[in-house]
Write a protein that binds this ligand. Structure first.
Ligand SMILES: Cc1cc2nc3c(=O)[nH]c(=O)nc-3n(C[C@H](O)[C@H](O)[C@H](O)COP(=O)(O)O)c2cc1C
Length: 215
């Protein structure tokens, strides 16, 4: 199936773009790797016309403030309902928060969107805790391996493998004991070590509690 992969991150082709890493991993072991295009810095109208020539579209995107990036919404608004039968659309969300439960609202929208556009819905793959992928690729080797397997199986079956989707989607919600552990990590201050390092590097540490919009 002639499939195009769309990278929906505003970071586009930047080396710090996790959606780009996921997209490249997804096609890595395919016999005939799919084309990847960035939505960022591309005219949404032109891109919407371009993707019409493909049998399937797979969008790989992050969540920003619990929602899809604005450039993805802008692009979606340019897509037209197809009259050709047998078209497919699917989504892979990778986002920072641990629980993939937060992605359910976007997923519901994507399922509905597929219907509106008269595309068959391949489903939405959700992966949480992905923010550090570009910083620590070795730590994410296993997850990226699953994404590569997802791509190989997609090429063979034209579907997202249910077992891999299930593995990537964990945890949907944190258990009570996991929450207790997180609270402890927060009390000790371990969760802020990385952020504080960035703030110090950018001479912004002293301003971290500022509330510029309060008054
Ligand atoms: C301003 C901002 C808002 C974010 N909001 C969320 C969010 O609501 N939920 C979440 O899970 N991750 C959130 N993240 C984390 C990103 O989803 C995560 O870093 C993702 O891997 C970025 O993908 P990209 O590099 O492809 O843009 C946010 C990150 C930033 C910078």
């Amino acid at each position: 199936m002639n499939t195009i992969i769309l990278n929906g991150s505003p970071k586009g082709n930047s080396q710090s773009c996790n959606s780009k890493i996921y997209a490249e991993e997804f096609i890595k072991n395919m016999k005939n790797p799919c084309e990847i295009k960035c939505i960022a810095n591309t005219d949404p109208k032109e891109l919407a016309r371009y993707v019409e020539s493909f049998d399937a579209i797979i969008m790989i995107l992050p969540l920003y403030i619990h929602a899809m990036p604005g450039i993805v919404m802008k692009f979606i608004e340019r897509l037209e309902r197809t009259t050709t039968e047998g078209k497919y659309i699917g989504f892979i969300i990778q986002a920072g928060f641990m629980e993939t439960a937060q992605e359910k609202y976007v997923e519901r929208y994507f399922a509905d969107l597929a219907k509106q556009l008269n595309y068959n819905y391949l489903g939405t793959v959700s992966k949480g805790e992905a923010a550090g992928t570009y910083m620590f690729p070795k730590m994410f080797k296993k997850v990226l391996g699953l994404v590569a397997d997802l791509g190989v199986i997609y090429e063979e079956t034209h579907a997202f493998d249910k077992d891999i989707v299930k593995k990537l989607g964990k945890p949907y919600e944190l258990s009570k004991s996991q929450l207790r552990l997180l609270k402890l990590v927060h009390m000790i201050g371990l969760d802020n070590v990385g952020w504080h390092k960035f703030l110090k590097q950018n001479n912004a540490f002293d301003k971290r509690l500022d509330k510029p919009f309060l008054y």
